[in-house]
Design a protein around this ligand. Structure first.
Ligand code: HEM
Length: 281
């Protein structure tokens, strides 16, 4: 994925990255290739609610490009709450800056901070297991069929066994690695594998695509695209693997396109900067 050449995107992306690093961890920490915990601080115990929302990033490996022979992949990056504190890079940065400077209450009291208020208020419980959380990609994407028909969608990754959450008290009694160790046991235990349904919420005429903070009506059709089955724990050096992977919020394959959501470009720029710094660290 290339860095953005739009000066406003690159400037906002760079400032956001520095703001996030100041809040959480300079230099950026290593995160698991697929599941992650909010803040990205590796030493944060799984029982700490500040690790919510949890993240799930999926990479789909496609056939190599026949013309160039280059490997082709596309990602879906989701987290366990259907909300985000801003509609664009500027709003996201304003929220992150308030967190960094310890003035969240004042920021939330501003009438202009409606999206951030909704994000903060949205329940973000600790999942009973990483395979029992529901994950939302939040932004809108466009699926394009062979005839060029375009369909606006929002991805959800839904646990097959159903969503199960813990209260803060229940989470407190758990070990520091209970989510990641628990997932390993589920996957390796020979019982039910960890499975999810990849689902899209299908937008209709007039549904807002360029602002993730405007939700579509819950009665919009949900279509299941397939099942995700986690049946292997990758035993490669996890540090090396995590260093290598840089997820890309923008799909760059035929048939899946970004919508006009302005957050996507800033995210792609910021993730690439962050990932490059992590590889260099
Ligand atoms: C302007 C908006 C956003 C900014 C600036 C931002 C920033 C970042 C950064 C810097 C990283 C680390 C990337 C890396 O080092 O590889 C990251 C990871 C992540 N973000 Fe965001 N983010 C934004 C929006 C969102 C949204 C809307 C979601 C919800 C779907 C989200 C979910 C995640 C997840 C799950 C990860 C971990 C991915 C992994 O496993 O590497 N982010 N974000």
């Amino acid at each position: 994925m290339p860095l953005s050449t739009d000066p406003s995107v690159s400037q906002t992306g760079e400032t956001i990255l520095h703001t996030l690093k100041d809040i959480f961890h300079p230099p950026p920490g290593i995160r698991p290739a697929r599941f992650s915990s909010s803040t990205g601080i590796p030493s944060l115990p799984d029982s700490n609610p500040n690790g919510n929302p949890r993240g799930l990033a999926l990479r789909f490996h496609l056939a190599p490009d026949p013309a160039t022979g280059r490997r082709v992949h596309t990602d879906i990056i989701a987290h366990s709450v259907d909300a985000f504190p801003g509609r664009d890079g500027g709003e996201a940065l304003a929220f992150f800056a308030a967190v960094k400077e310890g003035r969240v209450p004042e920021f939330l009291a501003d009438p202009a901070s409606e999206s951030a208020r909704r994000f903060v208020a949205a329940p973000k419980p600790t999942p009973a297991g990483l395979e029992r959380g529901e994950y939302f990609a939040v932004n809108t994407f466009v699926l394009v069929d062979g005839e060029g028909k375009r369909t606006n969608v929002r991805y959800r990754i839904v646990p097959t066994k159903g969503v199960a959450s813990l209260s803060d008290e229940e989470a407190e009694g758990k070990g520091p690695d209970f989510l990641y160790e628990g997932l390993k046991e589920t996957v390796q235990g020979g019982g039910d594998p960890a499975t999810f349904k990849l689902v899209v919420q299908v937008g209709e005429e007039g549904d807002v695509t360029g602002d993730n903070t405007v939700k579509w009506p819950e009665e919009r059709k949900l279509v299941e695209l397939g099942e995700i089955k986690l049946d292997t724990v990758v035993e490669d050096d996890p540090v090396a693997a995590a260093k290598k992977i840089i997820f890309d919020p923008i799909p760059r394959v035929d048939g899946v396109e970004p919508s006009d959501d302005p957050l996507l470009e800033v995210r792609a720029h910021t993730y690439l900067l962050s990932g490059r710094e992590r590889r260099a660290a």
